[in-house]
Each structure stands twice: as structure tokens, then as C-alpha cells.
Design a protein around this ligand. Structure first.
Ligand SMILES: Cc1ncc(COP(=O)(O)O)c(C=O)c1O
Length: 383
């Protein structure tokens, strides 16, 4: 019995060491990481350059408030703008994905003076007041969070978007690929319709890129496959490779003013050092291209193994939906094959590995999956 507030169902495994795409537990058992601690480990565990940047920063200065110049913030904003293809967008720094969405919704509301938010079924935007109200999961929306501002439309439904976004809408918030909802990729037509409707009605288009952003899909942002430009993009997870940091990229049409947004910890020295290290590594090691290449490699292997109902995703954001609950399959991958994976809903296995995943690690996963799928297949045939 511990004194922790018990909200997480956990595996009784304690990783005590990590390197690249591998983890070791307290008994020295080695695990291959196909999940990256839920899409967070972007450049690999304990990358030497990342460790060096953070150690140096820790020895120099870890924190001062946003009342002084922190040039690391400027370096991060410049590098992020360049690598993401949005050099003219401004950056607001915060600490998590939910907070990034909270600030994006506030900006949209300040900008338009409106309150109505259009969000999508099966979407997930975080657990703070505004973000959770825009999340389609009543079990995590407390009465105090519930508000009448949010309308949920079906995802990837062009007609619903055409009719459901009007000039009362302050924001349309959407994931380029729904993560928690099961790895559903937005179609080009859907995202282009959202862009056009926002242009017509004056609503602000927010692309929640917390899970599908930061190079994971083989482009910096997944919406870049569809050729649209959002007004606001939110990010977190991969941004700090484990150091808590979130951000909003903000189109030049938004005017900043002192006090409009703010945070104590957002943009602190350590978070920015982590953020800059991640962008440097992504660029120097071509990790976005690697995500595209390794994603294709994994997808090909999964297709060859077969036995699934649907294979979805882009780059290293992959969902394999089966026609049976995947809990046991995930446990077998973890305990028998020493492979970390994730799930989305009951029937979908979810892969969100580091963007630096190599062929050896991908092959280890494919071999284990093949063994387990053939064994499930044999059992079904024998029954
Ligand atoms: C798409 C998306 N938005 C927002 C969040 C919330 O991020 P955080 O847990 O950092 O608040 C998540 C977390 O899973 C997410 O997947």
C-alpha cells in the first residue's frame, strides 16, 4: 500500500536505466521500447547530446522567472519555426499538452470575442478545464469542467463540418491524427474543409499536434500532408524528450499584449535546453525522415503478418486494430518478448516509438508480433 492517489493501473516493472530505444528494469532485464513512454521519447532515451545540454544548463542556471530575458527561449522559437516550416509564427511556452490547448482556446476566444468551440467525437485534448470540456469522454469531465460551449461533430465527416461550423464559433480544435481515440488519420478533404469553414466564419483553427506533431508522422506536423495552415498549433510530448514542456505556435494575425497569457514555469531554462537539444538532434540525425522510413518498414512488416482488422497511421504513429481485445497480446509482448507497446481502446495496439527507432528494434517487434498472431490463429483454428 502506498500513499499515492491511485489513478493509474500500472505494470509491476520499474525501469531504472534507459538508452536509445531500450530500457532495463531493476533486475537487469532489457526491454525494447515501441511506445516511447506515450510518444514522449522523441530522440531516444538519454541521448548523450541531450544529457550534456541539460547537465550543462543545470550547472549554469535552472530557473528564473519570465520577468527576465531567457535567450534560450528565443533560440527554441527560432529553431522550431525553421524546422517546422512556420518561421513567421510566434511561440508561447508552457508545460504540458493540456496547458497548450487551454492557452490556444483562450487565445481564440480573446481574438474572436466568442465562446462556442467545435471539437470532434473520440477527440482527446487533455484534462484541464477547457481542454477536457473539448474532450469527448464524459467519464473524465467533472461537473465543474462541463460547459455549454462545446459542440462535438463526427471526425472526418465533411458534411457535418460544412453544416456545424458557423459564425458563432470561436475555435475549431482537432487532432491531425486522433491518438487516444484509436489512431484515426484526418483526410485531406476534412482538414481542407475545416480550414475553409474557419476562413468563412472567422473561427480560429487549432491543430492539436500534441501526439501527432513533432516529426512523428514523417512531416513535422501531420496536417502538412494536407497542405493547410492552421491559426494555432499546440504541442508537447516529443518536444522535451521527457522534460515537461509544451507550446503554442501562433499565426502572425494574433496580437500579443502584456499579461494576455502567462505561466510561472513555462519556458524555464531547463525546459528550453531540453527543447533546443531535441530540435538539434532531430535536425542533425534526420529523425523526421527516419520516422517516415521506419514507419513504412513497420507497416510493411505488419501487413505481411496480417491477422488484423485495420492498420492505420502515418510514420511512427501506428494503430493495429484487431477483432479481439488486445490486452493479452500486449501483455505477451511485454512479459514474454520484453517489448513495450500501447493500446487505444480495447482492440487497437498502439505504437509510438522514438523517431530514432532502428531496424533491429523494429524487427524484434515484428518477430514477436508474428509469433503471437500465428499462435492466436492456431488456437482459433483448433477451437
Ligand atoms: C492529442 C493530445 N492532446 C493533449 C494531450 C494532453 O497532454 P498532457 O497529458 O501533456 O496534458 C494529449 C495526451 O495524451 C494528447 O494525446
Amino acid at each position: 500500500m502506498s500513499n499515492l492517489f491511485d489513478v493509474y493501473p500500472i505494470y509491476d516493472i520499474e525501469p531504472v536505466k534507459a538508452q536509445g530505444s531500450y530500457l532495463w528494469d531493476q533486475n537487469g532485464i532489457k526491454y525494447t521500447d515501441l511506445y516511447g513512454g506515450h510518444a514522449v521519447i522523441s530522440v531516444g532515451h538519454c541521448h548523450p547530446y541531450y544529457v550534456e545540454m541539460l547537465t550543462k544548463q543545470m550547472n549554469a542556471i535552472s530557473f528564473y522567472s519570465n520577468s527576465v530575458r531567457i535567450s534560450l527561449q528565443e533560440e527554441l522559437a527560432e529553431k522550431l519555426g525553421k524546422l517546422s516550416g512556420y518561421p513567421d509564427y510566434k511561440l508561447f511556452l508552457c508545460n504540458s499538452g493540456a496547458e497548450a490547448n487551454e492557452n490556444a482556446l483562450k487565445l481564440a476566444s480573446f481574438h474572436t470575442g466568442r465562446t462556442k468551440v467545435v471539437a470532434f467525437k473520440k477527440g482527446f485534448h487533455g484534462r484541464t478545464a477547457g481542454a477536457v470540456a473539448a474532450t469527448d469522454n464524459p467519464s473524465i469531465v467533472a461537473p465543474v469542467n462541463y460547459n455549454r460551449h462545446v459542440t462535438f461533430l463526427p471526425y472526418n465527416d465533411v458534411d457535418a463540418a460544412e453544416n456545424g461550423i458557423d459564425d458563432e464559433a470561436c475555435a475549431v480544435i482537432v487532432e491531425g491524427i486522433q491518438g487516444v481515440g484509436g489512431i484515426h488519420v484526418a483526410t485531406d478533404e476534412f482538414l481542407q474543409t475545416l480550414r475553409r469553414k474557419c476562413n468563412e466564419t472567422g473561427a480560429v483553427l487549432i491543430l492539436d499536434s500534441v501526439q501527432c506533431g513533432y516529426g512523428r508522422t514523417g512531416k513535422f506536423f501531420s496536417h502538412q500532408f494536407s497542405g493547410i495552415h492552421p491559426d494555432l498549433m499546440t504541442m508537447a510530448k516529443g518536444m522535451g524528450n521527457g522534460f515537461p514542456i509544451g507550446g503554442v505556435l501562433i499565426s502572425p494575425k494574433f496580437k500579443a499584449s502584456y499579461g494576455l497569457l502567462g505561466t510561472t514555469f513555462g519556458g524555464n531554462h531547463l525546459a528550453c535546453a531540453a527543447g533546443v537539444a531535441v530540435l538539434d538532434i532531430m535536425k542533425n540525425e534526420n529523425l523526421i525522415d527516419n520516422a517516415a522510413k521506419m514507419g513504412e518498414y513497420l507497416m510493411e512488416g505488419i501487413r505481411r503478418i496480417g491477422g488484423y482488422k485495420e492498420l492505420r497511421g502515418r510514420g511512427l504513429m501506428i494503430g493495429i486494430e484487431y477483432d479481439f481485445p488486445v490486452k493479452e497480446l500486449r501483455n505477451k509482448l511485454l512479459f514474454d518478448h520484453k517489448l513495450f507497446t500501447g493500446v487505444a481502446g480495447a482492440n487497437t495496439l498502439r505504437l509510438l516509438p522514438s523517431l530514432a527507432l532502428g531496424k533491429t528494434e523494429a524487427d524484434a517487434f515484428l518477430k514477436a508480433l508474428e509469433t503471437e498472431i500465428s499462435s492466436i490463429h492456431e488456437t482459433t483454428l483448433n477451437n
